[in-house]
Design a binder for this molecule. Sequence first.
Ligand SMILES: *Cc1c(COP(=O)(O)O)cnc(C)c1O
Length: 431
Amino acid sequence: MPNVPQWQAPSGLANIWLPYTQMQTAPTPLTVVGSAGCRLKLADGRELIDGISSWWTACHGYSHPHIRAAVEQQLAALPHVMFAGLVHEPALRLAQRLAALLPGDLERVFFTESGSVAVEVALKMAIQYWRNRGQAAKKRIVYFRHAYHGDTFATMALCDPEEGMHALFAGSMPDQLMAELPSNESLRRAFDLLLATHRERLAAVIIEPLVQGAGGMKMHDAATLAFIAESCRRHGVLLIADEIMTGFGRSGRMFAWEEAAGLTDIVPDIVCLSKALTGGTLPLAATVARRHVFEGFLSDDPAAALMHGPTYMANALACAAANASLDIFECEPRLQQVAAIEAQLRTELESCRALPGVADVRVKGAIGVVELAGAIDLQALRGRFSELGVWLRPFANVVYLMPPFVIAPGELGILTAAVRTVLAERTLKAP
Ligand SMILES: *Cc1c(COP(=O)(O)O)cnc(C)c1O
């Protein structure tokens, strides 16, 4: 790396274990000392434009003054209190606002601290819902190829069997049913047959609406969602929409499911939210259930209650941050910004299609994806991007952009140019 002063690693690095990282060969991680707008300030003085919003969370960019003020005010009043037998205003207000934003009677909010746990809670809701109705055999889950729903054991079992960790943990995970996304007529018949055949043992189908994220950044249309919803209703299977990545504007609407609303009146029974919920400031997740799911737990029997309760659930600081993030959606033009980002990504990424080794270019909302035909040298690509002053983290065979919605056209242009440059260089080096 020419011209880059070598940053002296703080000694604490010897005590850190990084995620998804082969620690023997990984380069020294970059130390971040500050962030503002779309930029990360590094300890060595450099700045990187963040093209992936810190794992898809920082939708308003970094250090938005309104979120900061809300968290500071909450810190002075009540940073945290256990959420059993006790409640607090930020959580009540947030639950009410999420219920108002989500379609139909999605109105009961269970707060947790991470996306994986929000999905775990959705699975518990679905399985216990049927159990409470005397249908304890309905406990299997249908998921889709290229899905990603989290890293815990129950959620790993719902991730793409090839992209995910199935091989590594085979035998330790529940056995679930994988389906192909029903995106054409014959796949629709096959999907409907799958539900018809297994309906007596199926609790739920889980889907990331419109864009499947960490399992390969694949996209599908709203008609596919509407078909899945109708098939679930026909066969008496609950539908879980995992909007952890797509929620809060990323797909172009506040929630991706809204795009299916013109095609079907069916609303998912359970929705999972996290990632951008607090605008990328504090960990928080929510599992939101429709009225009939909630009512399935009302009984004289204490054991029919939902059996879950994380220590830090509904953390008041995180709820205050989420309320502040929703305020910003109300008074700043986020969805218009997403539409502008979508148009710019379409124009500027299109030229990547002509590069050898590029299999596909696709864009949805503030998500731009260049899929490559073969495996990529991730370490080399990631290092090259930071040399160019951008923070991008390609995985598997995709290079993708998910910038903060407040990104300026000039900054977004730097990101798309970096993608073109690095992919063109890679082509030059290819044998
Ligand atoms: C990130 C993600 C999760 C897991 O969330 P964590 O907070 O990392 O546990 C689950 N589902 C989807 C669609 C995600 O993008």
